[in-house]
Design a protein. Structure first.
Length: 348
């Protein structure tokens, strides 16, 4: 007689449903801390409900954006410092969304890993909730995918999805013209783009992630994991003030590729590179790699994480609005007739 084998379970295949349930229970308080007007339901359902009228909109247009964190995650994985990559995830989505003139309203995340570590995952989601609070956006749901065989031990990936709204006719860019002033909002470091090059430079430097940071405090890994700046509160205040014609989130492609996305055909910009100081992290990357200024400006944010294009008559007022909302702001140039970005001076 053939001996009967014990029945296989999902856990035998490497998927722990109980761990997933434990994670949901742990992150519920973090998600609840992001509640805002309009949220109709919490975690646990098959979908999330949001009431645009309760959020204050009369004739809304929905705007959506999705993004990830990129290979910055490798540093978080290798150092074990995963507490802020959730902020990066939110920032990469909501900073894009606000460039359309939309207020970010709610956020969903996707977390995928080979083997679920409840503590690690909870720290990541708590970071996402932190980012949502900074953006006044509700964390209304997400997906945790445990997929053995798809990811190497300890690896994980993140993606996010943000939905916002604006009143009909309020979309940006709008009204950009020759003579408009460019206001540069300072970045918080490398943000979340160019990390394949960053990791290559660190490899060439011979330093480990736990080495003392050569351009600041703490370890090199901690410094390079500084979370992406969330510009939503300041941007929304500027939109309400009036005189703001466009916003450009400086992500992959740097100033060279992203500013033209906010300019109409036939218009360009003159930028004075001596108007702001190159942050020490970028100076270190340049010194270690030998990259030239052109490469720097088309790869990294170079110290400017967002550019506001504003009416010249409103420039001083809006500079004050951004400053009052915690931003370091600098006049960096003007909109000009004729396509193309023209740089003057050098980054110092």
């Amino acid at each position: 007689m053939t001996e009967r084998r014990n029945g296989l379970t999902y856990a035998d295949a490497g998927v722990d449903i109980d761990a997933g349930n434990s994670l949901v229970d742990r992150i519920k308080p973090a998600a609840a801390s992001t509640q805002r007007p309009g949220v109709m339901d919490g975690l646990g359902g098959f979908g999330a409900l949001f009431d645009l009228k309760a959020a204050g909109y009369a004739d809304p247009i929905l705007v959506a954006a999705t993004d990830g964190v990129g290979t910055k995650l490798k540093i978080a994985i290798e150092t074990g410092y995963v507490d802020t990559v959730g902020i990066d995830l939110v920032a990469m989505c909501v900073n894009d969304l606000v460039c359309q003139g939309a207020e970010p309203l709610f956020f969903l995340d996707y977390f995928a890993t080979g083997k679920l570590d409840v503590d690690q995952a909870a720290r990541i989601v708590e970071g996402i909730a932190d980012g949502c609070r900074q953006a006044n956006s509700a964390l209304v749901g997400g997906e945790t995918a445990e997929m053995p065989g798809m990811y190497a031990a300890g690896d994980f990936d993140l993606a996010g999805f943000s939905v916002g709204a604006m009143e009909r006719g309020a979309n940006l860019p709008a009204g950009v013209k020759e003579g408009d002033v460019l206001l540069g909002l300072a970045s918080n470091g490398v943000h979340s783009n160019g990390y394949s090059l960053v990791r290559k430079v660190v490899e060439l430097s011979g330093l480990g992630w736990d080495a003392p940071c050569p351009f600041g405090r703490g370890t090199l890994g901690e410094a390079l994991l500084a979370p992406t700046k969330i510009y939503v509160p300041a941007a929304m205040a500027a939109i309400r003030q009036g005189g703001l014609h466009a916003l450009a989130h400086i992500t992959g492609g740097g100033l060279t590729e992203n500013l033209p996305r906010a300019l109409p055909d036939g218009l360009g910009a003159d930028i004075d590179l001596s108007a702001w100081s190159l942050p020490p992290v970028f100076r270190w990357l340049v010194d270690q790699s030998g990259m030239d200024q052109k490469e720097l400006l088309k790869t990294f944010n170079s110290g400017i994480g967002m550019i506001a294009i504003v009416d010249a008559d409103h420039a001083n007022t809006l500079e004050g609005v951004f400053a009052d909302n915690g931003e370091t702001v600098t006049k960096i140039g003007t909109v000009t007739n004729g396509a193309g970005i023209r740089y003057h001076g050098t980054l110092a």
